[in-house]
Design a protein around this ligand. Structure first.
Ligand code: URA
Length: 206
């Protein structure tokens, strides 16, 4: 499934806690240099739903947990409306370090590039192999393109089911940050789309 090199000692049977410990010391790309810490995935090791975002944001980088900042707030509301318990979901990101540039006092989010995404691929692939969820939900373009390829367009293909070679059912939806960034008149529509796709994922979990 991957053409990126694996770190020595990593294979499909590596347990999550070992993966997390390996990832804490990851220097496979330069992003670790300016990030506070690796933000690894979290959730039940046997979760049937895995959701994957882009990368930790400012708050996630400081606190060390995925989706605990403003985008996490949107995700929590959307999960709630889709009747999915956040505690039952394994939440992770395509890239495990926060990429940012200074803008005055603010650390401004920067999109990870192709080589940073490739360097991090081994981590989410190993998480996927360890957790073996029924459904992988990609939140936004970065996660979707990491999983489905660079040509994937969330605007056109969100809400469609795909089967990964491992048999996992995968689907992409709108990133919670896109809801936050949306113009006022589009925000509800984006949020409702996210809820609808999450509810669709829930239908495959029973
Ligand atoms: N955005 C993401 O993609 N992931 C997070 O963990 C937080 C914000």
């Amino acid at each position: 499934m991957s053409d990126s090199p694996r770190l020595p000692g990593l294979d499909g049977a590596t347990p999550l806690e070992e993966l997390r410990a390996f990832a804490e010391a990851c220097t496979a790309c330069a992003l670790y240099e300016h990030a506070t810490q690796t933000v690894f995935g979290e959730g039940p090791p046997d979760a049937s739903l895995m959701l994957m975002g882009e990368q930790p944001g400012d708050q996630e980088d400081r606190q060390g947990h995925p989706f605990v900042g403003p985008a996490g707030g949107v995700l929590d509301r959307a999960l709630d409306q889709a009747a999915i318990d956040r505690g039952s979901v394994y939440l992770t990101n395509a890239v495990k370090h926060f990429k940012w540039e200074p803008r005055g006092k603010v650390r401004l989010h920067k999109k990870p590039n192709v080589s940073e995404m490739a360097a991090c691929r081994q981590w989410w692939e190993a998480e996927l192999e360890a957790v073996r969820p029924k459904v992988l939900g990609c939140l936004g373009a970065t996660a979707a393109q990491a999983v489905f390829g660079a040509d994937f367009r969330v605007t056109k293909q969100r809400g469609q089911w795909f089967e990964l070679p491992s048999g996992v059912a995968a689907i992409a939806t709108i990133h919670p940050s896109a809801v936050l960034r949306a113009e006022d008149e589009l925000r509800d529509e984006f949020f409702d789309g996210l809820v609808r796709d999450l509810a669709l994922m829930a239908t495959r979990l029973d």
